[in-house]
Design a protein around this ligand. Structure first.
Ligand SMILES: [Zn+2]
Length: 210
């Protein structure tokens, strides 16, 4: 059974190459086009396609796991569920871990920096997926989006590295005891919010005065 977040995480991670192969085979067959536009929204399509292909791979390999796509526009893209469990995304019932997906086209100058989730907002096995892709010639005329590299791992260590870089650049994090909005520490909702070197908030959830 795949009932612990740890085992489920490793099952999904082990099938990453399989899912990417499936994506590339599907893309060569269906997502064929003359040309091949940069900044076309193809990245979002590939992120979604990963969920479908990972589900096929999980099913073919006998796992009782399922990748679910969040209906609303929240931070995470996917949740890994126990296949037969009922799912309540508000309190994570039925979920083993969550996945944030990012895609990057090697030919585009895109920083894709929107990785602004706070350390305390994630659970231990919540993961980050990065798909690196490019338009490849698949015959004399046609191009297809192909995954050329992929990364899948636990997000928390990457967040710690990001936050060290934030501090090295002169940034800071709000402490509830000294919140710029003057909240009482028990009621402060800004604890951990990043402020840049000029003391300005970096997320909409930061202290209003900043
Ligand atoms: Zn506050």
């Amino acid at each position: 059974m795949d009932t612990s977040p740890k085992i489920a995480f490793h099952s999904v991670k082990a099938l990453l190459p399989t899912a990417c192969r499936k994506m590339n085979a599907f893309s060569s067959e269906v997502l064929r086009t003359r040309g091949g536009r940069i900044g076309s929204g193809m990245g979002a399509l590939l992120e979604a396609l990963w969920g479908y292909m990972m589900n096929q791979a999980l099913s073919e390999n006998g796992h009782d796991l399922e990748i679910a796509w969040f209906a609303n526009n929240q931070y995470n893209d996917f949740a890994c569920l126990e296949k037969t469990a009922s799912w309540d995304e508000k309190n994570r019932v039925g979920e083993l871990f969550r996945i944030e997906a990012k895609s990057m086209n090697v030919g585009a100058d895109e920083s894709k920096a929107h990785f602004d989730v706070l350390h305390n907002e994630l659970h231990e096995y919540d993961s980050l997926l990065i798909l690196v892709w490019e338009w490849k010639n698949i015959d004399a005329n046609c191009f297809s989006p192909q995954i050329i590299d992929a990364f899948f791992d636990i997000a928390k260590p990457i967040i710690l590295l990001r936050d060290e870089l934030h501090i090295a650049r002169g940034g800071s994090f709000v402490d509830a005891d000294t919140c710029p909005d003057g909240c009482s520490p028990n009621d402060c909702l800004h604890h951990g919010e990043p402020l840049n070197a000029a003391g300005k908030r970096e997320r909409i959830g930061g202290p209003e005065i900043t």
